[in-house]
Design a protein around this ligand. Structure first.
Ligand code: IMP
Ligand code: MG
Length: 186
């Protein structure tokens, strides 16, 4: 199941194991590297908190000078359904005007959270905005126009945890992506 076994009893099934995650992240890093020029000025924006582990691993696979920044937004309470109400808890620090912005997200579900973030950041006139998401649940999308430029894995409509993703702030430190047993969140 992975190196951390503390939550083993809570996990119904492993959806993406550690090896497949790391292999795909290496590929994503190459795709992203190839999509920019060597002298591009790129700000990697990690959407807290779910994208932290992905950002850390992905950044090491991108062979370009990048700057790190972080933004914390909230669209969830402790439930598993996006509310559509997006709150900026912590804004980014970098001035992105005229610079390439690469938004790093853990999962696009309904798309509401990211749509709100992209609309807001567009008003700051970056040179380009690209989105990389580790996971995509296309069946759940309500923001049809919102798609990632780079997408790690398409997954079915199941609530997943691990590798940064939480349920009520737990399970983020699993090294794989798994589905929780229903009794834990229904
Ligand atoms: P959206 O606004 O519905 O696209 O929700 C996006 C955010 O909800 C993500 O950044 C995650 O933090 C969270 N989220 C969506 N689906 C899941 C899931 O299956 N597991 C854990 N968090 C999720
Ligand atoms: Mg989250």
């Amino acid at each position: 199941m992975g190196k951390n076994t503390v939550f083993a009893d809570d996990i119904k099934e492993v959806v993406i194991d550690e090896e497949d995650l790391q292999e795909r992240i290496t590929e994503l890093g190459k795709e992203i590297t190839d999509s920019y020029s060597d002298d591009d000025d790129i700000v990697m924006l990690c959407i807290l908190r779910g994208a932290v582990l992905f950002m850390a691993d992905l950044a090491r696979e991108i062979d370009l000078p990048v700057v790190f920044d972080f933004m914390d937004v909230s669209s969830y309470g402790a439930s598993t359904e996006s509310s559509g109400v997006v709150r900026i808890i912590k804004d980014m620090e970098e001035n992105i005007e005229g610079r390439h912005l690469l938004i790093v997200e853990d999962i696009i579900d309904t798309g509401r959270t990211l749509k709100h973030v992209v609309d807001m950041l567009e008003t700051r006139n970056p040179k380009s905005i690209k989105i990389v998401t580790l996971l995509d649940k296309p069946d759940r999308r309500v923001q049809k126009e919102l798609d990632a430029d780079f997408n790690g894995f398409e997954i079915p409509d199941k609530f997943v945890v691990g590798y940064g993703l939480d349920f009520a702030e737990k399970y983020r430190n699993l090294s794989f992506i798994g589905v929780l047993k229903e009794k834990l969140y229904i």
